[in-house]
Design a protein around this ligand. Structure first.
Ligand SMILES: Cc1cc2nc3c(=O)[nH]c(=O)nc-3n(C[C@H](O)[C@H](O)[C@H](O)COP(=O)(O)OP(=O)(O)OC[C@H]3O[C@@H](n4cnc5c(N)ncnc54)[C@H](O)[C@@H]3O)c2cc1C
Length: 357
């Protein structure tokens, strides 16, 4: 039986696939389920045995099931079944059918490397953000700019060293095992220098391994990082930006703004706890509007959503980019899609973390 938490995670995963990977869902419907003339296909429901797609064709609506061999333990395992069907669909598809966004992403990820570096300093940015710098071991790390993010892996105990030849695939193989010795999460490169990076870690209630590590970090502590990747992809003619973020995605936005030319207009709607977690930031022509959660918990409350709802947005040549708690971002995505005729490439709003308590 799925727990409430697993149900929420699978539901969010389906939202993401419907929103960002509709090309993959269509490919799978056409060549795995062999449905012709698909007008629309979406992941519509799930239970312990299957994910169900609702497929709209010229003549009817059909339901198609992706059956699980065993009940998935989490959303990643449920997504793995979907990707397996996509793989089989690709084998059956004619050679000239273009690769979908997720297939291209998977291909790119195969070439990413794991680097080992160590903490060179820390600085307090606000009541809940600490900047940690990492130096050495990063000579080959490419500067891909914008929201470049890395998967950070830390040892459970400081005494544990990374085994010789350790890489992201070793990490993946140990996740969820009882004797898991290393833990990881994604973080953004706020500032890139030669052989050195600066990262803003959010410190939060109920810290997981990474936030806990960041609050006790010491110069010399070693981490492994895998990447870098990016998801900031504005259409070519973009002249206006709307950035939406809680603390976790503010580094991604501030790093991306650095690469905009002075001709572009932008506004940042930044959610934070209160005036203590707000920081001074000189953004030249653009500006930051701060939304305080005050008594609401991170990922909770409606203040950010209500503010977005109040905005009168001109969508011409606009790109909306941002991230925060998964459910919060999913609701904002749905609101914006309902209110404005946005093209799918005009919005990248991502769940960077998921509220579980
Ligand atoms: C592409 C990408 C880039 C990211 N960049 C950054 C970044 O630059 N800086 C940054 O701080 N985070 C960033 N994140 C988010 C970060 O990966 C998550 O917050 C992650 O869950 C932290 O891991 P953890 O081990 O501390 O907590 P977990 O073990 O994942 O979670 C433990 C508990 O903490 C809660 N929790 C997790 N994150 C938060 C939070 N931010 N506020 C309140 N409660 C929380 C969870 O709900 C859970 O109850 C990024 C995520 C992605 C996908």
């Amino acid at each position: 039986m799925f727990s409430k938490d697993t149900k929420e995670a699978i539901s969010l995963m389906m939202d993401v696939y419907n929103d960002r990977h509709s090309d993959a869902i269509i490919l799978l419907t056409k060549y795995y389920f062999e449905v012709d003339e698909v007008i629309e296909s979406t992941l519509s429901s799930f239970d312990e045995e299957k994910l169900t797609l609702t497929v709209r064709t010229e003549s009817e609506n059909i339901l198609k099931d992706i059956k699980f061999k065993t009940e998935p333990l989490n959303s990643n395992e449920a997504a793995a079944y979907l990707l397996e069907c996509l793989d089989q669909a690709r084998k059956k598809a004619p050679k000239n059918v273009p690769k979908t966004r997720i297939e291209l992403e998977i291909e790119r990820n195969k070439n990413l490397k794991t680097y080992f570096t160590s903490v060179s300093g820390t600085k307090k940015i606000s009541s809940n953000i600490v900047e940690i710098s990492f130096k050495n071991g990063l000579d080959d790390l490419p500067d891909i700019k914008n929201d470049a993010f890395l998967f950070f892996i830390i040892p459970k105990f400081k005494k544990d060293k990374f085994p010789e030849g350790f890489s992201m695939s070793n990490y993946r193989a140990m996740v969820g095992k009882e004797d898991q010795k290393f833990f990881g999460a994604y973080y953004t490169i706020k500032k890139f220098k030669e052989n050195e990076i600066y990262v803003w870690f959010v410190l939060h209630e109920h810290p997981g391994p990474l936030a806990d590590w960041a609050s006790n970090v010491q110069v010399g502590d070693t981490v492994a990082v895998w990447g870098p990747r990016t998801s900031f992809q504005p259409p070519k003619n973009t002249t206006n930006y709307l950035f939406i973020a809680d603390e976790t995605a503010q580094p991604a936005i501030l790093a991306s703004i650095k690469n905009l030319s002075h001709r572009e207009k932008y506004i940042c709607i930044f959610e934070t706890q209160d005036t203590h977690s707000q920081y001074q930031y000189d953004l030249g022509n653009g500006h930051i509007e701060w939304i305080y959660r005050d008594s609401d918990k991170p990922g909770g409350g409606k203040k950010l959503m209500n503010r977005i709802n109040e905005l009168d947005i001109d969508i011409k040549d606009l790109y909306i980019f941002g991230a925060g708690e998964g459910k919060q971002m999913s609701n904002i995505r749905k609101l914006l899609k309902k209110k404005y005729p946005l093209r799918s490439n005009q919005m990248t709003l991502t769940g960077y973390w998921r509220k579980t308590k």
